[in-house]
Write a protein that binds this ligand. Structure first.
Ligand SMILES: Nc1ncnc2c1ncn2[C@@H]1O[C@H](COP(=O)(O)OP(=O)(O)OP(=O)(O)O)[C@@H](O)[C@H]1O
Length: 605
C-alpha cells in the first residue's frame, strides 16, 4: 500500500518504459518520473498520495494529453521543493532514476570542482552585467509574462537552483530575465538575443524545471528498445550540440533529469546504448536524429518541449526538409500540445515566417536589436587585397605576440571561406612559427574534436575555421576574431565575431575587406554604426555605392523584428517579400526603460 506520492507513482508498472526505469526486484522495471528520482524511499516523505489538481503553469499539457486519452499524473509544480533532493539525501541513496542504481552520476563541473560546494552568492564568473543594463528589449504577442530580476523570483526547484549557484550565475542575463518566465508560463517563444548573452540557459532552465516538476509524466507506450525523450533540443552543428549537452548536464546535475546527445560523425551504436539507458532531454543535430527515427529506435511522441537553437541557421543551411520531417511528419505532438522555443542572435524575416509554422500563439522576444552585434566587441575593418592577406595576418599576429597576446589567456580565431583555404592557412601559419589548428566540414569528427580541444586548452592558440565554428561555440579567452575572408551574409559576420566578447567580456574583431566584399559594405557599416564603432571613410564610400548586395534584409538593418508586425503579414507569401519595415529604427518610440505598463506587451506599443 503506497504511503506517499512517490510510492504511489513508483508502484505504477511502466515495465517497458525506457525513459527512466528502476529494477523492482521482480525482474521487471518500474517507471519513475524524473521529479521523483532523487528521493529516498518513502519513510518520512511529505506530499499527497496522489495529485490530480491543476497543473500549475502549463495547463495546455493537461488538456492536450487528456484529450488524447492517455493516462497522466501531474505533480504540484513545487512538489520537489518540499521533498525533493536536499541535504542529507545523497546521490547513492536515490531510489532509482535514470542511473538504475548502477553507477554514480559523473561530476559535470570537472574534476577540480567539488560539486557539493555551493558557491557564495556574491561570487560570479566575471560577467559584466552593467554592460547589459540598458539593453533595449522588445516583446510582442498576447499576454506576455513579466520579466524577473533575480533567479530567486523564479520557481525553478532547489536542485536546479543549486546548480545555478555552482555555475556561479549570480543573476539572470536580460534574455534569461524575459525568456524564462515566458517559457515557465508554458508559452511558445521566438527569441533573439545577442551572441554570448546566455541563451542556452534561457531554454535549458525551463525545460529541466518542467521535467523535474512532473509536468510531463505520462505513461510511455510499451515498445522495447525505443527511447522516448520528453524534450528535444536541435542545433545545427555537432560541436554546438556537444556544448549544449555539456551545459545541460551541469544544469541537470542531481535533478534526476537525464540528458543525452546524438550527432553525426560519431559511432551510432554508442549513442543508441546511451538512449537505451534512458533519456529525458535529447540534444541532437537534425541529420543524426532523422537516422535514429528511421531506425525506429526513437519516438518523439512524448516530446513536451522542443527547442531549436540557431533556428535560422538550421533552416537557412538546408536542414529545412529534415527539420520539417522531425517536427511535422513524425510522431511529435503538434504545436499547442508541445511547447516550442526558437533561439538565435539573428532572425531574418523569411526564416521567421517559415519557423512560425512550428509555433502556437507565440511570443516574439528581441533583446538588443535583432541581428546586432554587441558593443563589447571592438570591430576593425582593414582594406587588404587578396594577395596581401597572409602578410597582413602575419603582421597582426606578430603585433599580438609582441603585446603578450599568444598566451593561453588569449586565443585567436581566423575565419576563412573554404575548407581548402583553412587547410592551407593552417599549414602556412605552422610553417611560420604560429601554432595553429583547423576545423572544417571535411575533417573527421575526431579531428574536429581534437582541434577544438587543442584550441580551447590554449595548446594551439590559433584556430583556422570555416563557418562550422561560427555559431554558438562558447570558448573562453577568444580575444580576437579575424575575418580573413569576409562572409557573404551579415548575419554570418555577426555570429562569427560573437565568438569573442561573450558574457559581458570585451573582445576584438578584425575583418579584411576588398572589392570582392563590396556587397557587404552597406550592411557592415550599418552594423558597426549601431554598435558605436568607428566606420572608416573608405567603407562608407563603398556602402554609398552599393545596393544592398546579398544582404537578406533588403536595405535595412532594422527590418528583422517580429514579422507578424509587417503590413504584408496575412497578405500571403506572394506579398511578403515585398513588404517590411526597412528603415524603421528599433527604439523609435523611446526604447525599453525597464518597466512594462499594465497590459503593455512591447516597448514599441
Ligand atoms: N546568468 C549568467 N551569469 C553568468 N554567466 C552566464 C549566465 N548565463 C550564461 N552565462 C555564461 O555566458 C556564456 C555565454 O552563454 P551562451 O553560450 O548560452 O550564449 P548564447 O547567447 O547562446 O551565445 P551564441 O549566440 O553565441 O550561441 C557562457 O559561458 C555561459 O556560461
Amino acid at each position: 500500500m503506497p504511503t506517499s506520492w512517490a510510492d504511489s507513482s513508483t508502484a505504477i508498472d511502466f515495465a517497458a518504459a525506457p525513459g527512466a526505469s528502476v529494477g523492482n526486484g521482480s525482474g521487471r522495471s518500474t517507471y519513475v518520473p524524473p521529479h521523483l528520482r532523487n528521493r529516498p524511499p518513502s519513510a518520512g516523505q511529505q506530499g499527497p498520495p496522489s495529485y490530480s489538481g491543476p497543473a500549475l503553469g502549463n495547463e495546455r499539457f493537461v488538456q492536450g494529453v487528456q484529450s488524447g486519452g492517455g493516462s497522466r499524473i501531474i505533480a504540484p509544480r513545487n512538489d520537489y521543493n518540499r521533498s525533493g533532493y536536499s541535504g542529507g539525501v545523497g546521490w547513492n541513496n536515490r531510489i532509482g532514476g535514470w542511473e538504475r542504481g548502477r553507477e554514480r552520476e559523473a561530476n559535470p563541473f570537472g574534476p577540480d570542482v567539488d560539486p557539493e560546494q555551493v558557491f557564495n552568492e556574491q561570487e560570479n564568473t566575471g560577467i559584466n552585467f552593467d554592460a547589459y543594463e540598458d539593453i533595449p528589449v522588445e516583446t510582442s504577442g498576447e499576454n506576455v509574462p513579466l520579466p524577473v530580476n533575480t533567479f530567486a523570483e523564479i520557481d525553478l526547484g532547489e536542485a536546479l537552483n543549486q546548480n545555478i549557484r555552482r555555475c556561479k550565475y549570480v543573476k539572470p542575463t536580460p534574455v534569461q530575465r524575459h525568456a524564462i518566465p515566458i517559457s515557465l508560463a508554458g508559452r511558445d517563444l521566438m527569441a533573439c538575443a545577442q551572441t554570448g548573452s546566455g541563451k542556452t540557459a534561457a531554454f535549458c532552465f525551463p525545460i529541466i524545471s518542467g521535467i523535474m516538476s512532473g509536468q510531463c509524466v505520462q505513461r510511455p507506450p510499451r515498445m522495447s528498445r525505443m527511447a522516448y525523450p520528453l524534450a528535444l533540443i536541435l542545433s545545427p552543428t555537432r560541436e554546438l550540440s556537444c556544448q549544449i549537452h555539456e551545459e545541460a548536464r551541469k544544469f541537470a546535475y542531481q535533478t534526476g533529469v537525464r540528458v543525452v546527445v546524438a550527432y553525426g560523425g560519431a559511432p551510432i551504436n554508442q549513442q543508441l546504448r546511451e538512449l537505451e539507458r534512458g533519456v529525458d532531454i535529447l540534444v541532437a543535430t537534425p541529420g543524426r536524429l532523422v537516422d535514429l527515427l528511421e531506425r525506429a529506435r526513437l519516438s518523439l511522441q512524448m516530446i513536451r518541449y522542443l527547442a531549436l537553437d540557431e533556428a535560422d541557421r538550421m533552416l537557412d543551411m538546408g536542414f529545412e526538409p529534415q527539420i520539417r520531417k522531425i517536427v511535422q511528419q513524425m510522431d511529435m505532438p503538434p504545436p499547442g500540445i508541445r511547447q516550442t522555443m526558437l533561439f538565435s542572435a539573428t532572425f531574418p524575416k523569411e526564416i521567421q515566417r517559415m519557423a512560425s509554422d512550428f509555433l502556437a500563439n507565440y511570443i516574439f522576444l528581441a533583446v538588443g536589436r535583432v541581428g546586432s552585434s554587441t558593443d563589447l566587441i571592438a570591430q576593425r575593418v582593414e582594406f587588404v587585397q587578396e594577395t596581401d592577406k597572409r602578410s597582413h595576418l602575419m603582421d597582426l599576429l606578430h603585433a599580438q605576440r609582441a603585446n603578450g597576446g599568444q598566451a593561453k589567456q588569449s586565443l585567436t580565431l581566423v575565419f576563412v571561406e573554404t575548407k581548402k583555404g583553412a587547410d592551407s592557412l593552417e599549414h602556412w601559419l605552422c610553417m611560420n612559427g604560429f601554432p595553429a589548428t583547423a576545423i572544417h566540414g571535411d575533417r573527421s569528427q575526431q579531428e574536429r574534436e581534437y582541434a577544438l580541444r587543442s584550441f580551447k586548452t590554449g595548446h594551439t592558440p590559433i584556430l583556422v575555421a570555416t563557418d562550422v565554428a561560427a555559431r554558438g561555440l562558447d570558448i573562453p579567452h577568444v580575444a580576437h576574431v579575424i575575418n580573413f575572408d569576409l562572409p557573404n551574409d551579415i548575419d554570418d559576420y555577426v555570429h562569427r565575431i560573437g565568438r569573442t566578447g561573450r558574457a559581458g567580456k570585451t573582445g576584438l574583431a578584425t575583418a579584411f575587406f576588398n572589392e570582392n566584399n563590396a556587397s557587404m559594405a552597406k550592411a557592415l557599416s550599418e552594423l558597426m554604426q549601431e554598435a558605436n564603432q568607428e566606420v572608416p571613410d573608405w567603407l562608407s564610400r563603398f556602402a554609398a555605392r552599393s545596393y544592398g548586395g546579398k544582404n537578406r534584409r533588403g536595405g535595412g538593418r532594422f527590418g528583422s523584428r517580429d514579422f507578424r508586425r509587417d503590413s504584408s503579414f496575412n497578405r500571403g507569401p506572394a506579398d511578403y517579400y515585398g513588404g517590411g519595415n526597412a528603415g524603421v529604427g528599433y527604439g523609435g518610440s523611446g526604447g525599453y526603460n525597464g518597466a512594462y505598463a499594465a497590459g503593455a506587451t512591447s516597448a514599441w506599443d
